[in-house]
Design a protein around this ligand. Structure first.
Ligand SMILES: *Cc1c(COP(=O)(O)O)cnc(C)c1O
Length: 368
């Protein structure tokens, strides 16, 4: 018998979420961002839904190759561009569009032998200070690229540091507008947060948008908005089962370090899920659904197990069986109840992105 833990991927939910994104960006073409193995969901698992987008964005060349093997003939964007000159051969061979964010990448292109005209996304550093040319160098790079026979088309892009927070995008957008003033090319600046929060109000240039987390059903700006408020549905459900139940007397403790002490006689359930599955060890009183009833974790998360408070389940009259009672760590229960991953992330001082990406290889992933 395999351990009961598994991740269930609901690709209809992903189709729905893409529709939600389209409503916010009706005139934009959408890059579905499926880097990091589709944020842990599995590129092959989500492909049938992601292909409804206009292009697919990754940053590992092996992932681009997997997409071509799936017979995706549409655009693929390499979000960090090439890492060494040889990578340009991949771009030519697999017809990959690629970000250009530094002078070395322009130099390599200038000496690259190809019959295929490359499509590049020239990246401006608008204040995030990770990748991209500063405003002056941006214009110079555009001119250099424009003179290269290897380059067919130049699009313009930047990435916002504060699309999800109180600072917003206006300051970065002003930098972008000034730097790109008068430059030709399709424009692509918005991630999920910018698309949902700012696209209409701020008149954001959006020939393309780049959408990741919203497509996977999490709110890019939790807790300001919940996934439900955005109308997003969870794509990944991490499910397991109870494998033991312990009846505690008041004063008994649970788990390593005895960090939880029973305040009264109570039952706890032991779940086949631990940090070796990718569940965050730092989770404290994280919400969890047991048989569809909302309760919380107690004590430390260990490598293969965690403990849950069964009092709310007992109060709800839930009949707990071992094994058998379903536990939803995040996502949707068989009963239809939903536990947004954003809430588990909050209880673990992280973000849902990290939870999804951290699902470990030992967790079987199934497509619903
Ligand atoms: C990952 C990534 C995105 C997607 O961000 P979300 O917040 O998941 O929408 C967009 N643009 C770039 C450059 C990225 O690396």
């Amino acid at each position: 018998m395999p351990r009961p833990i598994h991740a269930l991927i609901d690709i209809d939910a992903m189709r729905h979420n893409l529709q939600v994104v389209r409503q916010h960006a009706p005139d934009a073409r959408i890059w579905a961002v499926i880097k990091a193995n589709a944020y842990g969901h599995g590129i092959e698992n989500v492909f049938d839904a992601a292909r409804a987008a206009d292009g697919l964005a990754v940053l590992d060349f092996s992932e681009a190759e997997r997409l071509r093997r799936l017979d995706w003939r549409g655009p693929i964007l390499m979000l960090e561009g090439v890492f060494e000159p040889r990578d340009l051969e991949w771009c030519s061979r697999l017809d990959l569009w690629h970000v250009v964010h530094n002078d070395a990448q322009v130099d390599w292109l200038a000496t690259h032998k190809t019959h295929v005209g490359h499509r590049v996304f020239l990246k401006l550093n608008s204040g995030m200070n990770r990748l991209g040319f500063g405003p002056q160098a941006f214009r110079a790079a555009w001119s250099r690229l424009n003179a290269l026979s290897q380059v067919d088309e130049i699009s313009l892009m930047t990435h916002f540091a504060d699309a999800d927070g109180p600072r917003g995008i206006e300051h970065a957008l002003a930098v972008y507008r000034e730097a790109s003033d008068g430059m030709m090319g399709a424009q692509c600046v918005a991630n999920s947060a910018a698309t949902l929060r700012h696209l209409r109000a701020a008149d954001v240039p959006s020939d393309w948008v780049r959408v990741g987390i919203a497509m996977y059903g999490s709110a890019p700006d939790h807790p300001e908005h919940t996934s439900e408020q955005w109308g997003l549905q969870p794509v990944m459900s991490l499910r397991s089962e109870l494998i033991a139940v312990q009846s505690l007397c008041a004063g008994d403790t649970v788990g390593y370090g005895s960090t939880f002490t029973a305040p009264e006689d109570m039952r706890v359930g032991i779940v086949a899920c631990g940090y070796a599955d990718g569940y965050p060890r730092h989770a404290k009183h994280a919400p969890v659904l047991v048989g569809g009833v909302r309760t919380q974790t107690v004590g430390r998360v260990s490598m293969d197990m965690l403990a849950v408070d069964l009092r709310p389940c007992d109060a709800a009259g839930l009949e707990v069986t071992v094994p058998g009672t379903e536990v939803v760590l995040w996502g949707r229960s068989a009963s239809g109840a939903v536990l947004p991953a954003d809430l588990v992330a909050e209880a673990s001082e992280t973000i849902a992105y990290e939870l999804f990406c951290a699902i470990s290889p030992r967790v079987p992933v199934r497509v619903a």
